[in-house]
Design a protein around this ligand. Structure first.
Ligand code: ADP
Ligand code: MG
Length: 459
């Protein structure tokens, strides 16, 4: 069992950030597999929420590679003896690996289990979606679709960056539709799963069944992360026909993507124009007030005591992404519980120190040299050469002057960094340019100001 778990999470290592892997998967243990359910032991209750929201599909898919029949559910049991590791890693973070883009035919099925669509996530409803200016349009369109599928806004195309609520809205639509019509057949799945099922069906001669499922026996198709189809021509073709079949029978289609339809790489023009034929709504990163509201809502749902000052503090620090926002709150809650401390500003500051915005990247000698080269249209090697022609020596002097002024680098070191010049050469260069500036020499003032602007400071 332990080995199964280790193998399973290892296969996911590259799909998570090192930090998330260490925090949320490494401390977890497997307990048993009971029928279709994997029972996991977790250090505290916050893990259940986080894992089921973020890694459930990944985990189930990974399990299906080695467990037969494939599990379809996760269950959690709290085991307080498990160690939580919340220290940020010291080792350099692994570069995020690009998702593999193998051609369709290489993506083999992983067993006879692919004809399964993950259920709607019960946690994603309209009730717990916080509406603000950044997501108002997408929310309104989703509500409209949820209350009258196939009538208006068909298809609905929602696009926006990672972790901004696309999947949440999609699930919420599904729930709303089922509320009004519990018999509706809603297919909610990622474009990746659609691709896998399609290939599996092709290879196993079940394509008729596949088509019946998606074209005939489907009332609402919710296709998440359509950008996955980029460059997968055969699957795009299949999806195009699926789309048409549904559309012509007034079935609702909702598609999400991380970019605007036209920006999806390697996507067939005819699909793009289908996407644009209905309603296209974007989701932007939330404003600070919305971020605070999201934090409060999340805290309420998780029964975390979150004071206003802490909520504001987190919302100030984490700006880009709601998933990060929630992750930060949960991590904080995990830590507070572990240490037996309240979630106060002090703890929040302590925990977020490592992700507080880094001080502005310091300017380097090389940055200045490059900017000077760009301005004067020279090569870096010219600047460091021994050439004394004014076309080279003058820019070199300007660069030396700027380095000395902005960085305070010592004369000998500057000599070194400019190809091994004597420090007296540097001193006279700095004096000369300083003198020209004092005289308001037009060329020099113009150059220094332009280069400074280029580098983001005022001369
Ligand atoms: P996406 O699909 O755009 O990458 P998700 O829908 O998975 O993002 O959202 C990431 C997390 O943030 C989810 O847990 C979701 O519930 C939450 N979330 C995003 N936007 C909101 C919002 N406006 N209100 C409440 N929760 C939100
Ligand atoms: Mg999503």
């Amino acid at each position: 069992m332990t080995e199964l778990w280790e193998r399973t999470i290892e296969s996911l290592r590259n799909r998570l950030s090192a930090e998330n892997f260490d925090t949320w998967l490494a401390p977890v243990r497997i307990d048993a597999i009971e029928d279709d359910t994997v029972v996991l032991r977790i250090p505290n209750r916050f893990y259940a929420d986080w894992i089921s929201n973020h890694y459930q599909d990944l985990l189930l898919e990974a399990f299906s590679a080695s467990v037969d029949p494939s599990p379809t559910r996760l269950r959690f049991e709290v085991d307080e003896t498990l160690q939580v590791n919340l220290k940020p890693r010291q080792v350099p973070r692994r570069k995020p690996t690009k998702p593999k883009r193998s051609p369709d035919s290489e993506r083999m099925s992983r067993g006879p289990t692919l004809i399964r669509v993950s259920d709607l996530n019960p946690k994603y409803s309209f009730t717990n979606f916080v509406v603000g200016p950044s997501n108002q349009l997408a929310h309104a369109a989703s509500v409209a679709v949820g209350s009258a599928p196939g009538k208006r806004y068909n298809p609905l195309f929602i696009y926006g960056g990672v972790g901004l609520g696309k999947t949440h809205l999609m699930n919420a639509m599904g729930h709303r539709i089922l509320q009004d019509d519990p018999t509706a057949t809603i297919l909610y799945l990622s474009a990746e799963r659609f691709t896998n099922e399609f290939i599996w069906a092709l290879q196993n001669h079940r394509i008729d069944e596949f088509r019946r499922r998606y074209r005939e026996n489907c009332d609402v198709l919710l296709m998440d992360d359509i950008q996955f189809l980029a460059g997968r021509d055969q699957t795009q073709e299949e999806f195009f026909h699926t789309f048409n079949a549904l559309y012509h029978s007034d079935k609702q289609i909702v598609v999400t993507s991380d970019v605007y339809p036209q920006q999806i790489a390697e996507m067939e023009e005819r699909l793009i124009s289908r996407f644009q034929s209905g309603m296209v709504a974007d989701i932007q990163p939330p404003e600070v007030d919305t971020r605070v509201a999201i934090l409060k809502k999340k805290a309420e749902a998780e029964q975390i005591r979150l004071t206003d000052d802490v909520a504001h503090f987190i919302a100030q620090v984490i700006k880009s992404n709601v998933r990060e926002l929630e992750g930060t709150l949960l991590r904080l809650a995990v830590k507070a519980e572990l240490l037996g401390r309240p979630i106060d500003l002090e703890l929040a500051k302590e925990s977020l120190r490592s992700i507080l915005p880094a001080p502005e990247q310091a300017l380097s000698v090389e940055d200045i040299q490059r900017a000077v080269c760009t301005y004067f249209n020279l090569k870096l090697s010219d600047l460091k050469s021994r050439r004394r022609h004014r076309a080279v020596s003058y820019p070199r002097q300007v660069a030396m002057y700027l380095c000395r002024q902005r960085l305070g680098t010592s004369y000998p070191e500057l000599g070194e960094r400019f190809g091994g010049k004597d420090h007296t050469t540097v001193i006279s260069a700095v004096r000369k340019i300083g003198g020209l500036l004092e005289q308001d020499d037009e060329q020099t003032v113009g150059a220094v100001e332009a280069i400074a602007r280029q580098l983001g400071f005022t001369a």
